[in-house]
Structure formats: structure tokens, C-alpha cells
Design a protein around this ligand. Structure first.
Ligand code: FMN
Length: 171
């Protein structure tokens, strides 16, 4: 098993997938890793849709060119009326909670040799309509999942990270 630092260093956004399905037990372990994620007040204001039927995958690939024809696409929704709301600034915490859940799944997938790519490039109104999402659910991101194809490789942006000095301030 890789240690966490190695996993974080080696993970990259996969944008080309083999059509091979993800075994059910592997998918289940990825979903379970997300279920363990912390959320504000432990309210767990999220809903994950597993797009894997031919119809669902066709729909999402028609809405965005960033689902990359992966064999599975996770769609992460915040459940707005279940989320913690910051009493000082009124900020709804669903998006932050969803991000942590999706991050757990992204990293667990990588740990199991499954590639993924965090995707926000879609018209959320179209997604809501196409998948008949309830009024209180907001689709915050997608995570295409699958085995990386032979052509998959990190994009140029993968290597571009600001230095710690640029992003960290000690006070
Ligand atoms: C919030 C967020 C939104 C992103 N949206 C997209 C997207 O819509 N399409 C895409 O191909 N990549 C998307 N990415 C992937 C980023 O471009 C990628 O993580 C970044 O360039 C660093 O590369 P790496 O993941 O290979 O390290 C997104 C990443 C994040 C965190």
C-alpha cells in the first residue's frame, strides 16, 4: 500500500479511460470512503448519484465534454436544506461538505488504481433537469471514474503548483 504522500504526489486528473467496468466491490469501497468523510455538525447534507447505466452516461456525456466517456461518473449533490448554515455570514456549508466527501472518494479511487477527474464544467440547470433532481439538491461536481487508458497522462497543469511560500503565511 502507498503512503499518503506518495498517493497525493502520484494522483493526477485522468481524462482518458478504458471502457472496462469498475468491479462492484471496488466501487463500493470508493463510495464507503466518502461516507466516512466529516461534515459540518455531521449533518451529511449530500447525495451521490452513481451514473453507470448506458442512458445516464449518454445523458451526462451530452451535457458536458468533461465526463470523458468514463464507465462510471459520480455526481455529487449538496442537499441545501440539510446543511449547516454559518450564523455569522449565512453561508450554506453544503458545497464544502460535498467537496470533502468527493475528495475522500477521489483519493480512495486513486489508492485502488482507479483514475478520476474533478469536473465542474457543465450547466447545472441542464443537469438538474436531465436527472430530475429535487429542488433542494445542487450538483456541485462530477467525478468520472475508470481505469486510465494507455494514452492517459498528466496534463501540463498537473506539475504547476505554487510554492509553499506563496500559499502559506505564518502569523
Ligand atoms: C473544483 C475543480 C474543478 C475542476 N473542473 C474541471 C473540469 O471541469 N474539467 C477538467 O477536465 N478538469 C477539471 N478540474 C481538474 C483540474 O484542472 C486539475 O485538478 C488541475 O489542473 C491540477 O491537475 P491534476 O489534478 O492533474 O494535479 C477541476 C478541478 C477542481 C479542483
Amino acid at each position: 500500500m502507498k503512503d499518503f504522500t506518495q498517493l497525493a504526489q502520484e494522483r493526477y486528473s485522468v481524462r482518458s479511460y478504458k471502457p472496462d467496468p469498475i468491479p462492484e466491490d471496488v466501487l463500493r469501497q470508493i463510495l464507503e470512503a466518502g461516507r466516512l468523510a466529516p461534515t459540518a455538525k455531521n449533518y451529511q447534507p449530500y447525495h451521490v448519484y452513481v451514473l453507470k447505466s448506458e442512458a445516464a452516461l449518454k445523458t451526462i456525456n451530452e451535457i458536458t465534454n468533461c465526463a470523458y466517456h468514463a464507465p462510471v461518473v459520480l455526481m455529487f449533490c449538496g442537499v441545501l436544506d440539510q446543511a449547516f448554515v454559518d450564523p455569522w455570514n449565512g453561508h450554506n456549508g453544503a458545497e464544502m461538505d460535498v467537496s470533502i466527501v468527493a475528495t475522500h472518494m477521489m483519493l480512495k479511487a486513486a489508492d485502488m488504481g482507479i483514475g478520476s477527474c474533478w469536473v465542474c464544467w457543465y450547466d447545472s440547470a441542464k443537469v438538474k433537469e436531465a436527472f430530475h433532481l429535487p429542488e433542494n439538491e445542487e450538483p456541485y461536481c462530477l467525478l468520472p471514474l475508470g481505469y486510465p487508458s494507455e494514452e492517459a497522462s498528466p496534463s501540463e497543469r498537473h506539475a504547476l503548483r505554487k510554492s509553499l511560500e506563496e500559499v502559506v503565511t505564518e502569523l
